[in-house]
Ligand binder design. Structure first.
Ligand SMILES: *Cc1c(COP(=O)(O)O)cnc(C)c1O
Length: 401
């Protein structure tokens, strides 16, 4: 395994292709026609990935990290007298609630904990009980655990009750299907440094044109006003304020590679293979993934920390890094865990290298077996049972491309 710099097994920033990095080796004038053409191209290509063949939607890129786009979407589309139902099952869902609190928007949080998905029946009950809920906000892939939330059933129940849907598809869009022809939503957001495999610097809001029009004057913030960014971009071809020119140039190249790989289905196929190689290899070492197959995304996998007292995450991390792999700490509130990402310019060979490095790190730490504490695995078994009982059909997260 030779690679000039460590592989990032993290959900963004992530490992980018050599040509994506190389695309940043020149400067662009933000007002220049060449750069305006690049902006127009990236907007068009993102709408294509979203399946917007009828031109009902538009794409508004916005400076900043992904959270800036989430905040811009919420502040621009949830009216000041609106009421948002936030479906939270991890850190990013909680951040949506925190953002709404900062914005002074009324919100109700339906929190299903660290690793339970929100289900349509619960959303329906909440929408019936609180008639003044105007918007449902959901995270597509909750990157804290790697759970793929059942977007299709949430969208269906939201539409059936005449409410509006806003989606944080940050870590899913570009790899997991999100097609506006079949998924009724007002808007969703993602960012440059996730499944499209660009570098950090901006995100984008994809929203219905009518929703963008109606957002005039709603935002509390100038910099995060999606309507104003949209209106200016359509009128002048320019970003309102200094754009991240190098990140945009890198993104254009990343989009080219995305198309070359077969678009969203091609990317999903590679990430799925990465995940399957990773999970099979880790299992052989004794590691157990947190989530059962039904909910496990091809984006990032959470593993229980081994129960063996010789295991120490910091030392494990350092040993992995020394072998060229940057992994990610866990983000669960009640169990010890760590995460390994499947996204970025990585393939199955890299994942096999990750597993070999994990085996080496366990040996170096003197961990004899990587099995989790029985209590942790037991908690998960109980979770599986409760899911089986509480829901009818399994969600449409089967990832056949
Ligand atoms: C990465 C990510 C974000 C945005 O995080 P930033 O650090 O602001 O880029 C938001 N939601 C989800 C689900 C994410 O994975």
């Amino acid at each position: 395994m030779t690679h000039a710099e460590p592989y990032l097994l993290t959900p963004g920033p992530l490992t980018t292709a050599v040509s994506t990095k190389a695309a940043m080796q020149r400067d662009w004038g933000s007002w220049d026609a060449d750069f305006r053409a690049m902006t127009a191209q990236l907007r068009r290509m993102l709408l294509d990935i979203a399946g917007d063949v009828h031109g009902d939607y538009d794409c508004v890129p916005l400076q900043g990290s992904g959270s800036y786009c989430v905040e811009a979407m919420l502040g621009s589309f949830v009216p000041r007298d609106g009421h948002a139902l936030v479906l939270a099952n991890g850190a990013y869902g909680k951040r949506i609630a925190t953002t709404l609190r900062y914005l002074g928007r009324r919100h109700t949080v339906h929190d299903t904990g660290d690793y339970l998905p929100p289900r349509a029946a619960d959303v329906e009950r909440l929408l019936l009980a609180q008639r003044d809920i105007t918007h449902v906000v959901v995270v597509h892939c909750e990157t804290s655990s790697g759970i793929l939330n059942p977007l299709e059933e949430i969208a269906a129940v939201t539409a059936r009750h005449g409410r509006r849907l806003l989606i944080d598809s940050m870590s899913a869009f570009g790899a997991v299907p999100l097609d506006v022809r079949t998924l009724p939503c007002d808007a969703f957001v993602s960012s440059a440094n996730k499944c499209i495999e660009g570098v950090p610097g901006f995100g984008f809001v994809i929203a219905k044109q009518e929703v963008l029009r109606a957002a005039k004057g709603v935002s509390h913030s100038l910099a995060l006003d999606v309507h104003d960014q949209w209106e200016t971009m359509n009128r002048t071809g320019q970003w309102r304020f200094t754009p991240p020119t190098h990140a945009v140039a890198a993104f254009i190249e990343a989009l080219r590679l995305h198309a070359l790989e077969g678009g969203q289905p091609g990317r999903l196929a590679r990430y799925t293979r990465n995940r399957d190689v990773l999970v099979a290899g880790m299992r052989a070492l004794g590691f157990e993934p947190l989530l059962t197959e039904q909910w496990r995304s091809p984006i990032i996998v959470t593993f229980f920390s081994p129960a063996d007292p010789a295991f120490d995450f910091t030392r494990f991390y350092e040993r992995m890094k020394a072998q060229g792999f940057i992994i990610y700490p866990g983000k669960l509130t009640d169990v010890e865990s760590f995460r390994i990402g499947c996204i970025g310019a990585l393939d199955a060979d890299v994942m096999r290298g990750v597993v070999a490095a994990c085996a080496d790190a366990l040996k170096a730490l003197g961990v004899r077996h990587a099995a989790p504490a029985a209590a942790d695995a037991g908690a998960r078994a109980a979770l599986d049972t409760s899911l089986a009982d509480s829901s009818g059909t399994p969600p449409a997260t089967s990832l056949a491309a």
